[in-house]
Every structure is written in C-alpha cells, then in structure tokens.
Design a protein around this ligand. Structure first.
Ligand code: B12
Ligand code: SF4
Ligand code: SF4
Length: 354
C-alpha cells in the first residue's frame, strides 16, 4: 500500500491555488456557522427567501461543516475573480444583458483549483471535499470567517483592494490549517448599493429580500411579478447593479481581470428575438449551464418576453416589425403564462410608441 504523502503546508496550498487562478485564500474554523444558521432560519420565517431552496432548504445542514465532512477541522476558502479582460459591446437589435458571473462558466476553473487542493490533501491521508455554489455550505459566511473579504452592505463579500467580482468556493477537510480572522468593515458610510438597487431589494445593510431581487426573479418559476417588470429593464439573467455602483468594486476590480475562456463564446448579450424563435433543445445547448427552475426553458422565454417589452420601443425598421410579430405570436401561445407576459409586453410597446 502507498504511504501517505506529507500534509502540504499552507504555503504549498496557496501556491497550488494560485496556479489555478485562485487569487485569495484563507482558512475558516470547521465550526457550526451560527450567524448564517440564525439568518437562514429568520429570513425563511419572514419569507425573504421567496421559496428558494439552495442553502435555505436545510439550514442546519448547510451551516454544519461536520455534516459535509465527518471529523472536519478546517475550511479552506478560495476566491477567483470573474471580471473579464474583454467587455463585449452591445450588438444591434433587441439585446438583453447577462450578469457578469454568467458570461462564461467561472465555476469550472474554480472547481479545478479546489480539486487540485483536495487531491493533494487526500494523498496525505486526510479527508477533503470541495464545495462551490453548493447547497451544502454557505460560501460567503466561510469567506468572511476566513478573512477573505468583508461583508458589503450589498451582501457580497468584498476582497480588500479588489471588490466583489469573485466567485467563492471551499474545501472542507480533516486536515488542520491556521485559521484567519474576519476583516473590519470596509463600507464605512457608503450606501450606494442600497440606494442603487432598482427594486429596493436590499432592505437593510447585508439583507436581501429575494422577493424583490431581480437576480432571483429571473430564476424563479411562475409569473414574473408585474410590479417589477419595468425594473427588469434589459436583464435576462443575473443582476449586477448593486456591484456596478460599488466604488471599491468598480475602481479596484480593474486590477483583477480574467480572460473569457470557456466551452461557449461569452454570453454577455442575448438577442431576445432569436431566443424567442429557438426550440427547447437549442436553448438548452446555448444556456444550459445557467440555473433553470424545473429545467424548463419556458422561464427563459418568459424573461425574454418581459425584456422585449422593455427594449422594443428603441427598435427601428425590420427589428421593430419582427418584435411586434413575435409578441403577437406569443400572445396566442397555448402556454397561458407566456401568453400573459407577451400581452403585457405588447401593451407596453403600444403605450410607449403611441
Ligand atoms: C441563494 C443565493 C442567492 C440568492 C439570495 C442572495 C442572498 N443575498 O442571500 C439570489 C438568487 C438573490 C442570489 C443573487 C446573487 N448571487 Co448568489 N448565491 C446564493 C447562494 C446559493 C446561497 C446564499 C445564502 O445562503 N444566503 C443566505 C443569507 C442568510 O446569507 P447572506 O445574505 O449572505 O447573509 C449574511 C449577511 O447578512 C451577514 N450579515 C449579518 N449581519 C450583517 C450586518 C451587516 C452590516 C452586513 C453588511 C452583513 C451582515 O451575515 C449573514 C449570514 O452569513 C450562494 C452560494 C452558497 N452556497 O453559499 C450564492 C452566492 C452568494 N451568490 C453569488 C453571486 C455572485 C450572486 C450575484 C452577484 C449574481 C448576479 N449577478 O446576479 C447576485 C447578488 C445579489 C446580492 N446582492 O446578494 C456568489 C457571491 C460572491 C461574493 N463575492 O460574495 C455566491 C457565494 C456563489 C459563489 N459560490 O460564488 N444569490
Ligand atoms: S442583484 Fe439587483 S435586484 Fe438584487 S439586490 Fe442587487 S441590485 Fe438589487
Ligand atoms: S456600494 Fe458602498 S455600501 Fe454597498 S457594498 Fe459597495 S462600498 Fe459597501
């Protein structure tokens, strides 16, 4: 039988992570995440989770590292930047905007880096399991405890000197590494994110009401709330407003940019008329790595119809004609939800072009 390797030092772990683009790393203690557990229970009871599953499905599990890895002693946390070196220009036509984190798959390279660390620790005879955007652990709380960044009032983790355009992941392990300490608040008296959220979803510093948050409303199944349809503007998937107004993120994020590598071309803009003409199979091929409630592309079409209602008035000539025909076609769709959204958009277009 192979003898275990020596446990990699913390410096070796950091170097291994850096090889994979993990620019900031730290260690959190493998204790119950008590603050996050309380917040999940309280916000769920108050309805702020808007029916979301994810970490809310079982708060006692998603806040207990011991249930993720028996005998866990440390949580190695890593951040990988996703602000890109290229900023694709908005093409012509009925274009919808995609949140930066979803332009390409940034979680795949994050997981590659975490996997390399996991394997190195396992070769030393310790247990280690990676989690990134997984329902088993609350990523931001462990990043906060590891001292990777501070909790911004927009609820994102802000890396000092770099801002919040980072995806987060961790390795829960039985190996022991020296733990970090939470950082001091870096927001000060700023409150731009609270004031800049288009729907007022940040109801208190660090507290998002998902019932109003566009990032959740585009993901949830069912009817898009009428009161937030105009606020959706041209967003199809994700919302970056509370980060786009954040001074440290906008200014300092310049220093951490990554090239847009991925299996697909970057999807910063989507032509909603093309989207509304596509088949289910075509949509799954193009956007299948995005979260999709019920695995049903009708929710992407629903979002595309609302965006079309919001952007169609700026279209001209053949684009405008195609938008009108598309909305008329969907108004007669046998899917009552799509027909209702098309009707809303057609009426909005008629009212602003009258
Ligand atoms: C559910 C979820 C969502 C939901 C709910 C978001 C939310 N704020 O909870 C929705 C769909 C809305 C969402 C949106 C987004 N998400 Co999201 N999401 C998650 C997920 C799956 C769970 C988050 C969770 O458990 N929330 C529960 C509540 C309790 O947590 P919280 O709001 O962070 O609460 C803490 C603070 O309130 C803090 N706190 C307590 N007291 C105080 C007081 C003050 C003054 C402050 C400032 C804070 C504070 O302590 C609480 C407990 O930790 C994680 C992945 C994961 N497994 O963790 C990704 C994750 C949080 N999402 C992420 C991203 C990138 C986004 C978006 C930017 C995507 C986009 N462009 O659309 C937006 C940002 C919206 C926002 N402002 O939060 C990243 C965040 C990266 C980062 N740098 O912080 C994560 C970590 C995914 C990942 N692994 O990279 N998301
Ligand atoms: S993601 Fe958009 S809607 Fe949600 S809190 Fe941030 S700015 Fe508001
Ligand atoms: S906009 Fe201001 S208050 Fe909000 S997270 Fe950024 S620095 Fe903090």
């Amino acid at each position: 039988m192979r003898r275990p390797d020596p446990l990699p030092t913390w410096e070796e772990i950091v170097a291994l992570g850096a090889e994979h683009g993990l620019t900031h790393m730290g260690v959190a203690p493998a204790d119950v995440l008590q603050r996050a557990r309380t917040a999940l229970h309280e916000r769920k009871a108050a309805g702020l989770h808007a029916g979301m599953g994810f970490t809310y499905r079982n708060p006692d599990r998603s806040t207990d590292p011991e249930r993720a890895v028996a005998g866990a002693r440390s949580i190695i946390v890593a951040a990988r930047p996703y602000r890109s070196t290229d900023e694709p220009d908005r093409p012509e036509g009925a274009q919808a905007r995609v949140g930066r984190y979803a332009w390409v798959d940034h979680y795949a390279p994050l997981r590659d880096g975490l996997r390399a660390i996991t394997q190195r620790i396992r070769h030393a005879g310790q247990r280690a399991v990676l989690f990134a955007d997984d329902n088993s652990i609350v990523d931001r709380e462990v990043a906060h405890l590891a001292g990777i960044g501070w909790f911004g009032k927009n609820a994102n983790i802000l890396v000092p000197g770099a801002g919040s355009y980072f995806v987060l992941g961790c390795v829960v392990t039985t190996a022991e590494y020296p733990v970090g300490a939470p950082l001091d608040d870096g927001c000060g008296s700023c409150r731009r994110c609270l004031d800049g959220c288009p729907t007022g979803a940040i109801i208190a510093p660090g507290v998002v009401d998902a019932r109003r948050c566009l990032a959740w409303l585009v993901q949830q199944p069912g009817t898009f709330p009428v009161e937030y349809r105009e606020s959706l503007g041209d967003r199809l998937y994700g919302c970056d407003d509370c980060q786009e107004v954040c001074p440290p993120t906008v200014r300092l994020g310049e220093r951490h940019r990554v090239p847009l590598d991925g299996d697909h071309p970057p999807q910063a803009w989507v032509d909603v008329l093309d989207m509304l003409d596509a088949t289910d199979d075509e949509l799954i091929v193009r956007y299948g790595r995005w979260y999709l409630a019920d695995r049903d592309p009708r929710w992407w079409r629903r979002n595309a119809l609302v965006v079309l209602g919001n952007v169609a008035a700026d279209l001209r000539g053949a684009h405008l004609e195609r938008a009108r025909l598309t909305l008329e076609r969907y108004r007669a769709d046998p899917d009552a939800i799509l027909a209702e959204h098309a009707d809303w958009s057609a009426r909005r277009l008629a009212s602003v072009t009258a």
